[in-house]
Design a protein around this ligand. Sequence first.
Ligand code: SAM
Length: 185
Amino acid sequence: GYRSRSAYKLKQLDATANLLHEGATVVDLGAAPGGWLQVAQQEVGEAGTVVGVDRQRIDALDGVETVRGDMTEDATKDEVREIVGEADVVCSDMAPNMTGEYELDHARSVHLVRQALEVALDLLAPGGDFVAKVFDGQDLDDLKADIEPEFEYVREVRPDASRESSSELFLVAKGRLTAPVAEGD
Ligand code: SAM
């Protein structure tokens, strides 16, 4: 079995958006207790690399490297960059501590996606994919607009397993675009 029911969300995202491949390098942000790590490890196999990051402890998993740290802190981002040269997939299931206050939970969730995006833009190989959970709200369109120029396309996906949380959705950004050559280079 899986360590979390969230595992089924990643399975469905993968089935919908074709994210995980044999041999791929996957970085999973907000990975505890490790359900997504289990799914990713199965799909990339022994030739692949899976790295999980969380501020909570992640119990050891065969074939998975873990980092304990807060993704809003530079020290954690640096540690991840040191471990992973280049990634094929950066995914985030990070969620803020819920207050029940809709606007606040939304704003905090958007902030976490922006942290994940920063790391994704550093690490992703050309053609790589970025997936992040976000709670719906007023800043979603701005967030999406900031991700769009960096990828071939961005879509919103609501896995069946997310139905219990009506405001939860995933932004799936496919195909990291190669940085354009600056004019004058
Ligand atoms: N995908 C995981 C799985 O399948 O087991 C479940 C992830 S759970 C929904 C969200 C996780 O995000 C929590 O473990 C939480 O500690 C983590 N998280 C939230 N904010 C974080 C931050 N700033 N840095 C690192 N992890 C964070």
